[in-house]
Design a binder for this molecule. Structure first.
Ligand code: SAM
Length: 443
């Protein structure tokens, strides 16, 4: 399967790689590398090893990342739908390894859809602190929201605004900020013909200019001594190193840090890491800056209160379905949300969702939402039907059908191999299916 590359791109890569160019070009005659990333919020690696039909070969780019065969059909595995893993090209996990998010921190993922890196950040922080995932394109932000829900991330805010809007309101608020920037996508060429069709020298230049502007907004959001990571999935040094240099010129309050990683290779003439196909991934670039000057924060905490009657209803429903203690609830129109532990005021920030969708108000009761179960562990659910990954009842459940539930009553989680994948309402020996219509499998 020979890939036809733009001639000017080939010229540039030949100049960049010299002797290694032939090795680089030969990679395009092979299938693209694929990978999966374990979601430790949902299960351990042994659950994946036991149930997936291929061996898990660790990738060097993140402790959570594994290679997958080129023909793996991710959506055909029930554990995919349960959020036990995320389908991610291995080298795409490198940027979050540089970001090094820590439990309890406030972290901004500024260009976040479809959510590969956001879900990786939540996995590494143990979902403790605040993950703010922003995606400017609204339709892509909806996909991001769905992926964060599937992976069971609770302490997250999903917004859809231009970066400067966040910079204005959340100046100095975040411990770490990731800019996984829109780029010319040269590292996508092997798996996305569209990236080849869109490539041109002018497009590369436009991307570099846009990246610098996004980084300027991102920089404002970083607190003193905080970290900013810039990454792309492209090889061009007009983006990547060129943007790093321009950023440092424009932002003297930041210094570049040498990446403390053992994968990939050093960037050209600046501290940063590059991954080419010969290095075991499709292609990535990442660099890490630290803010070394003060940056005051004017963000005010979220202070809205839920009316006592709705609060009481939400707490009663929570206690009926779950055994742990809920945090703060909020109401947005007819939706009840379970808010993140840490939260600034949200108005005017293009919020799609703050926290987990807990339920929907219907007349004078609340109906639980899919998200509240996706973020739950089986041991905290009052009632759970445990199914083996080969059990035909599991496919039936994921298709939206009623399944047998003898001996169960009330809101009941459905778990595959110990991982919650949805819920239903049990009565009279069967489970009324509450798996969302938009997620149901066909066939
Ligand atoms: N981080 C994502 C992940 O790992 O799944 C991939 C992000 S993708 C490389 C870059 C994202 O930036 C796209 O979703 C794109 O819609 C968004 N974007 C495009 N223009 C932008 C802009 N001017 N400011 C911020 N984000 C932008």
């Amino acid at each position: 399967m020979a890939v036809l590359l733009p001639q000017e791109f080939e010229n540039r890569m030949r100049a960049m790689l010299g002797d290694e160019y032939e090795m680089f070009r030969a990679e395009y005659e092979r299938p693209p590398r694929r990978g999966i990333r374990l979601n430790p919020l949902k299960c351990g690696v042994e659950t994946l090893a036991r149930t997936l039909p291929f061996p898990l070969v660790a990738s060097p780019f993140s402790p959570l990342s594994y290679y997958a065969p080129a023909d793996a059909r991710m959506a055909s595995y029930p554990l995919y739908h349960a959020g036990a893993f995320y389908s991610q090209e291995p080298s795409a996990s490198s940027a979050v390894t540089l970001l090094d998010p820590q439990p309890g921190e406030k972290i901004l993922d500024l260009c976040a859809a479809p959510g590969g890196k956001s879900t990786q950040i939540a996995a590494l922080t143990g979902d403790r602190g605040l993950l703010w995932s922003n995606e400017v394109v609204r339709s892509r932000a909806a996909i991001l929201a769905s992926n964060l829900e599937r992976m069971g991330v609770r302490n997250t805010v999903i917004s859809s605004v231009y970066p400067d809007v966040l910079a204005e309101r959340l100046e100095g608020y975040f411990d770490r900020v990731l800019v996984d920037a829109p780029c010319s996508g040269e590292g996508m060429f092997r798996r996305d013909p569209q990236a080849i069709a869109e490539w041109s020298p002018a497009h590369v230049q436009t991307c570099a200019v846009r990246q610098l502007a996004i980084l300027g907004s991102a920089a404002r959001c970083v607190r003193e001594d905080g970290v900013l990571v810039y990454s792309t999935c492209t090889f061009s040094d007009e983006e990547n190193e060129g943007v790093v240099r321009a950023f440092l010129r424009q932002n003297p309050e930041f210094v570049l840090e040498k990446p403390a990683v053992s994968f990939g290779r050093p960037a050209f003439g600046v501290d940063g890491v590059r991954i080419f196909p010969m290095d075991g991934g499709e292609g990535h670039f990442a660099a890490r800056f630290r803010r070394v000057a003060p940056n005051g924060c004017a963000a005010v905490p979220y202070a809205e209160k839920l009316d006592p009657q709705t609060e009481a209803m939400a707490r009663a429903l929570y206690a009926a379905a779950f055994m742990d203690t809920p945090g703060r609830f909020a109401r947005v129109r007819d939706r009840i949300l379970l808010l993140p532990q840490t939260l600034p005021a949200l108005s005017g920030l293009g919020i799609l969702r703050a926290g987990v969708e807990f339920g929907e108000v219907k007349k004078n009761r609340i109906e639980p939402a899919h998200g509240s179960f996706m973020a739950a562990k089986p041991e905290t659910c009052r009632s759970v039907i445990h199914l083996h990954h080969d059990d035909p009842r599991l496919r039936a459940f994921l298709r939206g059908e009623e399944i047998e539930a003898d001996g169960y009553a009330g809101y009941t989680a459905v778990a595959v191999e110990g991982v919650v994948t949805g819920f239903g309402k049990a009565s009279g020996g069967s489970l009324k299916n509450k798996y969302p219509k938009g997620l149901r499998l066909h066939g």
